[in-house]
Design a protein around this ligand. Structure first.
Ligand SMILES: Nc1nc2c(c(=O)[nH]1)N[C@H]1C(S)=C(S)[C@@H](COP(=O)(O)O)O[C@H]1N2
Ligand SMILES: [Mo]
Length: 353
């Protein structure tokens, strides 16, 4: 892992570790923490469901396992800060980690559907948002506060949103949210709240600092130190993205046929329709081969073979989604003061002999 920070722990897998696609091994899955990992005793741990519900609930892990059907969803999580390093090449972003393309990983998550738990609680018609709260107090927040966030009730009631206790068939590791976390496929990782303690149905989106103030797209000229609740654009569904995982950046290779591979991800209700790869600055494009193994909520591995000339080469990749949208060409057009949602074309520089 490439460790960005030890306290709190923040790390991403190197490109080579993500290369095989499919579920990411647990010891390789990226970690994004804003505070210390809270300890929880599974025996005394309780989940509270309250707010605009007819029947507030207090559930133990045993209650969750016995009262609701267990279900599994394979889903990719992607941090809104993924590929921030590309934005930092345009202009520095002080105080934020220079994430490469590895702030994203995929797992088979098992647990119960949030929809089933909300049904048991009886959502009132005025419940428009479902808020998640955790106990990890982050000193980054102003004022310091536990991590939280919300999703619209429609998303919360869709079958893919889980309260998960297992990852790739193993118990959820502490660093990934044990004993229980939300998993919100298709949305920025920040909404998949770890160490979940409380679910609140409410009329308004979460006022937690991590939703009201952070994880928002500010205009390029804004001072992030002065941003307050509601400033900028709230990030929700993941933006269409892709990156190149192989060869490694800066590699020296023999010229000739070369395998280029990577991942693409389309958020929420879109899927990856095509990935184009170019070795001549975008004058000509080759369509990469997609798959196998992409599910409704997972990244799309892709590869192609290009005949590379001798000398310095720039490889470019861009994905298209099922709505016909593609990625923006340059991080210059996307730069924002907190460095979120860099989904510009992937670029890789190589030298061929
Ligand atoms: N309680 C809590 N939940 C959290 C976070 C956090 O710091 N605290 N980080 C969020 C962010 S920004 C991301 S991208 C994902 C990362 O999940 P992972 O560490 O399991 O990869 O968790 C989200 N859930
Ligand atoms: Mo994140």
């Amino acid at each position: 892992m490439l460790v960005h920070e030890h306290e709190p722990f923040n790390a991403e897998p190197p490109r080579a570790a993500l290369r095989q696609g499919g579920p990411t091994p647990l010891d390789t899955f990226y970690v994004r923490n804003h505070g210390p990992v809270p300890e929880a005793d599974p025996a005394t741990w309780r989940l509270t469901v309250d707010g605009l519900v007819h029947r507030p609930l207090e559930l133990s892990l045993e209650d969750l396992r016995t009262r609701f059907e267990e279900t599994e969803v394979e889903a990719t999580l992607q941090c809104a800060g993924n590929r921030r390093a590309g934005l930092m090449e345009v202009r520095d972003i002080p105080g934020e980690a220079p994430w490469g393309p590895g702030a994203t990983s995929t797992a088979r998550w098992a647990g119960v559907r949030l929809a089933d738990v909300l049904d048991a609680a009886g959502l009132r018609p005025d419940a428009a948002h479902i808020a998640f709260a955790a106990p990890d107090v982050s000193p980054v927040a102003d004022p310091p506060q536990p991590f939280g966030g919300s999703v619209p009730a429609d998303k919360a009631r869709s079958g893919e949103v889980l309260l998960a206790w297992s990852m790739n068939g193993a118990p959820l590791p502490p660093v990934h949210g044990a004993p229980l976390r939300a998993v919100v496929p298709g949305w920025i990782g920040a909404r998949s709240v770890k160490w979940l303690r409380r679910i609140t149905a409410q009329e308004h989106p979460s006022r937690n600092w991590f939703q009201a103030t952070a994880y928002r797209l500010l205009p390029a000229g804004a001072d992030p130190g002065r941003a307050g609740p509601g400033d900028g654009i709230s990030l929700g569904p993941v933006a269409l993205n892709c990156d190149i995982l192989h060869p490694a950046p800066g590699a020296r290779l023999p010229s000739g046929p070369t395998r280029i591979s990577g991942y693409a991800l389309a958020g929420e209700d879109r899927a990856v329709a095509r990935v184009d790869v170019s070795a001549d600055g975008g004058r000509s494009w080759t369509q990469a081969r997609l798959g196998p193994g992409a599910g409704r909520w997972t990244w799309q591995p892709w590869h192609t073979d290009l005949d590379l000339p001798a000398g310095p080469v720039e490889i470019i990749a861009r994905a298209w989604d099922t709505t016909g949208a593609t990625q923006p060409e340059s991080p210059r057009h996307l730069w924002n003061p907190k460095g979120y949602a860099n989904n510009s074309w992937a670029r890789l520089h190589l030298t061929c002999d």
